[in-house]
Design a protein around this ligand. Structure first.
Ligand SMILES: *Cc1c(COP(=O)(O)O)cnc(C)c1O
Length: 445
């Protein structure tokens, strides 16, 4: 690496050289990571790729500014364009989700959850949540955001075969416990939640129904999973980078009474936010517009693919949860891979083959088994975004089977993964066409 002529003048030569190589090391690591994912089959259920137009927003000046509060009520000067941008994001969000209220400020799904908890509860209040063993997220745990607020937490009963909340049992728990808030929605979210039964019970005890749609937000946007606001939920929170194919950011979507919504918004700011990351918010705006155009078809294709993959894995002899209901209604599959050596071994073997997914706890797992659980989780949303369809799902199922059931050589499988992936490198369901990772041109030179 050449030493730039205009830097390091007061430093010893070796030190200047080593500092610039340290800086450039990050560029190398980014390039290596791009290559790793360009050449792999990405099946992590919480990840996705952004569109080129949305990517552009991440590099804009929005990413260097502060805008605390709400449009028109700021604490800093220089926000006139930011205000227009944020108001437009809200407008597009209302349209896409058919909602009265949008708060696009949370900088992640967890932050949206923290703000909601902060706004709607006080220490010592009771909250009912999905069970952790039933796919509940850490932000709904005692050791996560719910515990951070000092809430008393009661889990809703669920069916271990489908990992879905049981409607009448959950309603009884809500009637008995009289929680301040009712939370539904999981990280392993295979089937729609029984919102009608839950919200009826919640209304009786005066508790708002809060739907954590982090995983399924894109499916809801595409009208393919369930319509929480029409099924009794007052609020949806979500991540905007899982099935919703946008930036790593969060959102709150509401049809809540005005005073409830005010509390939620005050929970966000000044509760858990100061600045709210304006470049990712602008990227969220781009993605909302793209979802209005392509979201329905994208969500339908995601679900078609996960069901096809589930069916094929089942035919090859894998134990896929939810068999009697067609394995899934979302992007996610949960597999019990104890016969293949357990979640840890299977996930690590597949990683060596270029197939990237994660090990996952299943309902019967002891919580001490979190480093070697029984299951794996698979998501179809990213491969769908790259244009793969049911016939590629068959190929993927076969590669998985050969790797972890037939123990074929990882190098051989890796080559086939590479060949398959070569045909699917362009991000679809968005405006503009560009090969994934090409927007890093500055780094490729
Ligand atoms: C992923 C997830 C979140 C929050 O995720 P972030 O990584 O903070 O965006 C919240 N709830 C559920 C159910 C999730 O799966």
């Amino acid at each position: 690496m050449n030493r730039p002529s205009d830097s390091g003048e007061t430093l010893p030569k070796e030190q200047a050289v080593s500092n610039i190589s340290s800086a450039l090391r990050f560029r190398e690591l980014a390039q290596e990571n791009n290559k790793l994912f360009r050449e792999s089959i990405p099946l992590i259920a919480s990840e996705n790729l952004m569109s080129p137009l949305a990517m552009e927003m991440l590099l804009s000046d929005f990413g260097f500014r502060y805008a605390e509060g709400l449009p028109g009520h700021r604490y800093y000067q220089g926000n006139q364009i930011v205000d227009q941008m944020e108001e437009f994001v809200v407008e597009l969000g209302k349209k896409l989700f058919n909602a009265r209220q949008i708060d696009p400020r949370p900088i992640s799904g967890t932050v949206a959850n923290m703000g909601t908890i902060y706004g709607l509860t006080s220490p010592g209040d009771t909250i009912t949540t999905p069970a952790l063993a039933g796919g509940g997220h850490i932000s709904a745990a005692e050791f996560g955001a719910v515990g951070f607020r000092g809430l008393r937490r009661v889990e809703l009963p669920f069916d271990p075969e489908t990992m879905s909340v049981k409607p009448s049992e959950a309603a009884s728990v809500i009637r008995k416990e009289r929680p301040k808030v009712v939370l539904v929605g999981q990280s392993v979210f295979l089937f729609p939640a029984p919102l009608n039964e839950i919200s009826e019970a919640a209304r009786e005890v005066g508790a708002p129904v809060w739907y954590d749609g982090a995983h399924v937000l894109g499916l809801i946007a595409g009208r393919q999973f369930q319509d929480p606001l029409r099924e009794g939920a007052d609020l949806i929170t979500g991540s905007t980078h899982k099935t919703f194919p946008g930036p790593q950011h969060g959102i709150a979507v509401g049809n809540a009474p005005e005073d409830t919504w005010k509390k939620i918004q005050r929970g966000m700011f000044p509760g858990v936010l100061s600045n709210h990351h304006l470049n990712t918010m602008a990227a969220l705006g781009v993605t909302l517009a793209e979802e209005l155009e392509f979201g329905e078809r994208y969500a339908r294709d995601i679900i078609r693919n996960s069901r096809a993959l589930g069916e094929e894995l089942h035919n090859l002899g894998f134990r896929v949860l939810g068999e009697k209901l067609g394995f899934t209604r979302s992007h996610t599959l949960a597999l019990d891979v104890r016969p293949q050596g357990g979640g840890k071994l299977v996930a690590e073997t597949l990683e060596r083959c270029g197939i990237i997914l994660n090990k996952n706890m299943l309902p019967d797992d002891d919580s001490r088994k979190s480093q070697n659980p029984s299951g794996i989780r698979i998501g179809s949303q990213e491969v769908t975004r790259l244009g793969m369809g049911p016939s590629e799902m068959k190929e993927i199922a076969s590669l998985i089977n050969r790797a972890v059931a037939k123990h074929e050589s990882p190098e051989e499988i890796r080559n086939e993964v590479f060949e398959l992936k070569k045909r699917f490198r362009e991000v679809k369901y968005c405006f503009g066409r560009l090969e994934a990772y090409r927007y890093f041109r500055i780094m490729e030179e």
